[in-house]
Write a protein that binds this ligand. Sequence first.
Ligand code: F6R
Length: 615
Amino acid sequence: MCGIVGYIGKREAYPIILEGLKRLEYRGYDSAGIALYDDSEIKLSKTKGKVADLEAKAATEISTNGTLGIGHTRWATHGIPNDINSHPHYSNSGNLVIIHNGIIENYESLKKELLKRGYTFKSDTDTEVLINLIEDVKINENVKLGKAVQIALNQVVGAYAIAVFDKKKPNEIVVAKLGSPLAIGIGDEEYFIASDASPFLEYTKKAIYLEDEEMAVISRKKGIKIRKIKNDALVDPYIQELQINLEQIEKGGYEHFMLKEIHEQPNAIKDTYRGRLRAKEGIIKMSGIDDNLERILNANRIIVVACGTSWHAGLVSEYIFENLARIPVEVEYASEFRYRNPVITEKDVVIAISQSGETADTLAAIKLAKSKGAFVFGVCNVVGSTISRETHAGAYTHAGPEIGVASTKAFTTQITVLTLIALKLAKEKGTISNSQFHMQLQELELIPDKVKKALKYDEHIKMVASIYKDAKNCLYLGRGYNFPVALEGALKLKEISYIHAEGYPAAEMKHGPIALIDEQMPVFVIATKKGHYEKVVSNIQEIKSRSGKIIGIVTEGDQDVKYIADHVIEIPETLESLTPLLTTIPLQLLSYHIAVMLGRNVDQPRNLAKSVTVE
Ligand code: F6R
């Protein structure tokens, strides 16, 4: 979590850093800060709140000149979000200044040592400990900043992406990475530093992504020198040509990124299967699977590890893999799996799902599975992300940048990739008939248009949202493939509207949750024609007879549920295994409209951050 930005070059650093911080606010928005070098001084401004608050404060507090600077937007870990705990942090001498994304786990013992040596601390942060450790090394060992950073980091346990500069040596910035992402944009005699490439896309498409345990000294005059933090070995920089452009990360006329991303789903799903799915020829091509087919087909089981919405996509895939490919699947919260001493063998295939490709728990679960000899396959959206590099093979979702904190198009594109994999394996194993296989492929190709159609019910969904926006609690029910969609619907509502919501398998109602039903309780029930329809209709009757308010997500033309429910929202008909790609659409829109009507910050809900790089 946290976003970091830096600039060194010929331009004014302030506007570049400020705009960059706005683009990185999805990573955290508890506080923001900036430090510029100008006229032999460090000009520092920081504040609790968002980048807009920083902008207002900095304008009155500091001169914003200077061609070198660093900035930070924070998701608080150590210390409450307040002005003092905000980054950047000075060292005791005031010469050094740092921004940091990550956690220094042994900061308390380091702090004790530094206190003994006379250092004082203004904030409660681990980051202020790190900058003083760097200063201590620099003074005592009489070394340059780069060396001091290296020696200090060798004493540190934890995760970091840092940028540091020294006002006595204002022609360089030192950066380092372990566990948190750090990209360096290469311009013409100018360099950009950022947690991802979005802050520098309009300036350069050339970027270096530092690997874990690497650091770089970025010098105005001498360019970039990358080294291994542990053994000091020089690293040849690998400069990538970036494929994303600025339009992809802007709102494009929508009021919120979340709404834009909901509406992008038809194209995003198409982009996910483009070049992979050839429905007419009955071919699915996925190099990550093709190149490792034997290993995957011989797996005893698939273990899916993920967090949050990605975990819900994993749950959908359990139904898909088991039904179509007859492969046993276990779906695990990465955070539980990694600490559970799970039984993993070389015959297991682990699928790690992550939009950001940076989620700390998922990454740790991958490392654990690899250490036990499992084959690990990644399903990520962010190209070049840590998880995509840590896995043996993988498939990108190609959903394009997802900026809204609440995940939408990542979910449907993850399901699309997982469906392609399951169908491919099913074909190879012979667990699906030719006609079923072709039908699945053809229907998958129609999904983008059906999503478009589902989006057309938006006005009606908005009307339904207006009726239930003041609910204090909501239930979401679904069965089979749509049970995970019920969980996802509930998650979407709680994270952006702050209304308490629970997702349940519809038949579990009678084992407890039914006690909650009264006339105040809206119950969103996924009741599509294919998928335990009659059973779900019986569940709806049970809710009705206890005066619950029923909102049915139904197949177009449905009459039975319409007759019982208070409201219905239609989706086009499709195969049962593909229904999650459609049923999720009205639930996303419902949450979105409710949150907007309640005046919530839809794209940046409280306490959350887009990529969770802390455990
Ligand atoms: C919910 C949401 C989170 C993420 C979770 C995993 O809308 O966005 O629950 O799904 O933090 O993130 P990734 O997929 O980046 O690993």
